[in-house]
Design a protein around this ligand. Structure first.
Ligand SMILES: NC(=O)c1ccc[n+]([C@@H]2O[C@H](COP(=O)([O-])OP(=O)(O)OC[C@H]3O[C@@H](n4cnc5c(N)ncnc54)[C@H](OP(=O)(O)O)[C@@H]3O)[C@@H](O)[C@H]2O)c1
Length: 283
């Protein structure tokens, strides 16, 4: 598996497996199937409610811990954020049954972000997580966090797919040494992506599916991708993207699909800030 090198030297697979919206009772099977298909990067979150099942599948797999790259995410904390962040981390680590994480991400740019980030810096310094990063940070918030803290996020996991390509955001991240990671690489199927004429036309020239074209397009742009599927045949399809390359013309054709806006939600919309901030997890 191809890797990217994060700003602290840690190597991360360029393609992994996401488990958002997989119910707890299905997650162990799905992760076991993904590991059998060859995935080594697993992406979960406290908010997904399936960390225990991910941990169970990891343990049952017998794969040496150092061959895996496990990410989980901190949900928005209230109260004394520094203390609560450490407690939330311990809860996630215990649920996963791991001794350390490879990547711990702040899931949303909300709450007492600075206290949360400083607690994450401490966890990193203690060797409890090999890298720390953020998710859903737009360039303004990301830059502010970088300027005013010691550790620059290793990763920013953001909505990135053919209809919202984030090329300018990626450029800013590149300038500051932050690795872009795509969530919702298939736009969760929106805009009929899997039958899109431009993407399927390109796929036909390579004997590849739309899903494979999208994952190839992301990884060819040096974007780390974490497609989700509960079906073993799709897991195998989604990891089989390293034996072909898109031409410059094909990359240019995909570039025309960018709408420049989210298909999911706007983190600048006050109603969305309210909605995400109102959600609290028990830890
Ligand atoms: N940081 C954040 O705020 C955030 C937000 C969202 C997601 N994420 C992460 O990013 C990961 C990926 O995003 P996502 O799960 O939202 O959506 P996604 O990967 O864009 O799309 C998943 C959908 O595509 C289908 N699919 C997968 N492979 C396919 C294929 N080869 N052909 C046809 N359909 C296929 C899946 O169905 P089946 O399962 O039935 O195959 C599922 O409905 C998540 O699992 C999570 O780890 C992070």
């Amino acid at each position: 598996m191809q890797t990217v090198t994060l700003n602290n030297g840690v190597e991360m697979p360029i393609l992994g497996f996401g488990v958002f919206q997989i119910p707890g009772e299905q997650t162990e099977r799905a992760v076991a199937d993904a590991l059998a298909a060859g995935y080594r990067l697993l992406d979960t979150a406290a908010a997904y409610g399936n960390e225990e099942a991910v941990g169970q599948a990891v343990r049952s797999s017998g794969i040496p811990r150092e061959e895996l790259f496990v990410t989980t995410k901190l949900w928005v904390q209230d109260g004394p954020a520094q203390e609560n962040t450490k407690r939330a981390f311990e809860t996630s680590l215990a649920k996963l049954g791991l001794e350390y994480l490879d990547l711990y991400l702040m899931h949303q740019p909300f709450g007492d972000v600075y206290a949360q980030w400083r607690a994450m810096e401490d966890l990193h310094r203690q060797g409890l997580t090999r890298a720390i990063g953020v998710a859903n940070f737009y360039p303004d918030r990301l830059l502010d966090l970088i300027i005013n803290n010691e550790v620059t996020p290793a990763v920013n996991q953001i909505e990135t797919h053919p209809f919202f390509q984030r090329t300018a955001d990626q450029e800013l991240m590149r300038e500051h040494g932050v690795q872009i990671q795509s969530w919702g690489g298939f736009a969760e199927g929106k805009n009929d992506i899997f039958t899109h004429p431009v993407l399927s036309g390109i796929g036909k020239t390579h004997g590849k599916s739309v899903a494979q074209v999208v994952l190839r397009w992301l990884t060819q742009r040096d974007v780390v991708a974490i497609p989700k599927s509960v079906r073993p045949e799709r897991m195998a399809e989604n990891i089989d993207v390293f034996d072909f390359a898109l031409t410059d013309d094909q990359m240019a054709a995909i570039a025309t699909l960018d709408t420049g806006t989210s298909l999911f939600f706007d983190h600048h919309d006050p109603a969305m800030v309210n909605w995400l901030s109102a959600r609290r997890l028990e830890s």
